[in-house]
Design a protein around this ligand. Sequence first.
Ligand code: 0RA
Length: 646
Amino acid sequence: MSEEIKKNNYSADSIQALEGMEHVRMRPSMYIGDVGVRGLHHLVYEVVDNSIDEAMGGHCDTIGVAINEDGSITVEDNGRGIPVDLHKKEGVSALEVVMTKIGAGGKFDKDSYKVSGGLHGVGVSVVNALSVHMKSTVFRDGKIYEQEYERGKSLYPVKQIGETDKRGTRQTFYPDNTIFTQTTEFSYDTLSARMRELSFLNKGITITFTDKREVDEKGEFKSEVFHSDEGLKEYIRYLDGNREPIISHVISMDHEKGEIPVEVALIYNTSYTENIFSYVNNINTHEGGTHLQGFRSGLTRTLKKYADASGMLDKLKFEISGDDFREGLTAIISVKVAEPQFEGQTKTKLGNREVVSPVSQAVGEMLENYLEENPNDAKIIIQKVILAAQARHAAKKAREMVQRKTVMGGGGLPGKLSDCSEQDPARCEVYLVEGDSAGGTAKQGRDRNFQAILPLRGKILNVEKAMHHKVFENEEIRNIFTALGVTVGTAEDSKALNLEKLRYHKVIIMCDADVDGSHISTLILTFFFRFMKELIEEGHVYIAAPPLYLVKKGNKKEYAWNDVQRDQANERMGGSANIQRYKGLGEMNAEQLWETTMDPNFRTLRQVNIDSLAEADQVFSMLMGDEVPPRREFIEKNAVYANIDA
Ligand code: 0RA
């Protein structure tokens, strides 16, 4: 073994190879969460994570990610290259051990900077096991090495295939469609969002992302380069690009050195929403945890102390609560924890107690410095906090009214709701329908056993721009709350949603298939995203897909959801069929609406899920905010919910 390798605390036999590639193929969800769209994309994240770790160790600065012409993925870095020397115990190369033995990845380089966790960090061998074909290429010591695998089994020992002056590792894999039966097609938007996120979370690294499946008019691949010198500070500017800041700088700090590396950035804007994103080892901790707790306590303690000392609170008749310090706040917290304990329903809640105090202290110090150096901004923030406290009192009253109505049960249901007769919520669905007339048709067309209809009047309130008490005072929104049977707010956490009494497990948004319709869907989704996020996270929210065309000839009729289907239907009928374009739900009769959009045997529902909370937030703030140009550009380029459903 060479001296260099020893210095890096690496030796081929420190790799503890465990068995179990077969187990991965038998129980893939245990390793990657699921075998749907999400699990598929996790394969890419796993491979990229290894290169990120190499970069965080200071050994590489560039990572290339590509979706290849054939739909496979290639990830390449300019790091040291995975070692190819002989692993004594296994009698094969270290590379082969890493690629074909479960559990080798994590133990590989324990003393160096490697902190992957959560769903990731399962090891690249898992990706290999779940791929029909994989190829590793290592550029190291002036030579190029290669090994290929099929469903996790090596096809030949590592071989040298040439010479090079490059260094690094290249991994190409093709997911196994007998495992990923739903789809093996990678989404550009999903991967690109994750690469952007990673570049903000790991400043200094350059990540290039290329989609080689298609070329544009100029004959070029779709491609993006992500690089952030300022990290979270820039991430905040990206996230809040469509909101109006009320202070002059992004407040940020980076404690790289400590026992627990902590990075934080925050800004206050004119909105009323709290937007905190927290990460542990580059993984979005949706459910928060101890780092978030540390952040909140540091923020509250420091701002409260400053406000008390300033005398600005003297005339205030209310107590200020923790929430008030976070209205209009956008913040990102990123910590690196050596042995993270993940808890909670989705295993995205950090449990390590030792994280609370370092984060709280770091945040406190950062804020104290900023407030001291920027007294004007300090005043603006405290004023905003006071306003928030006042608004909270108003909102509390409005919310109590909603609550009282909800608690009354049957009698309190909104008059406009046509309820179903089935009692078991798991079998019940409610259609939120745009407009009273379409609501009427839906009411006639539905199966009243299990389908309820709630018509909504025109455009519902844009919650992105409304103060909270306005939201709770709004009649349409109150109707949604009461119809669904959910309540918000406990003494401890005024924003917690109570889904226990949810009356329908499917909440289906049904709007016209036109620009206005998608605007209304987006308004409703924005409301759910800001006020009932759990409803989306638990998979209860769906979007109905009404057809665009009715193609008719003689006694034959077919519906079409896009132009291709329309033309095909026309052809099937021998051409020159009568084509009716539905301009809205209102043009369909009850039977047609049932057949196409409501009958569970034929309809298509799109389940709304959130891949990346940060990305969804950015999209909603852009769609619903003040800036018109980016919104127009987005709507022209995408279906309105392109980035938020699967
Ligand atoms: C441990 C030791 C060495 C390299 C790596 C890990 C490594 C792993 C990956 C995974 C993707 N890209 C990677 N690049 C490097 C070698 C240590 C040495 O050369 O001394």
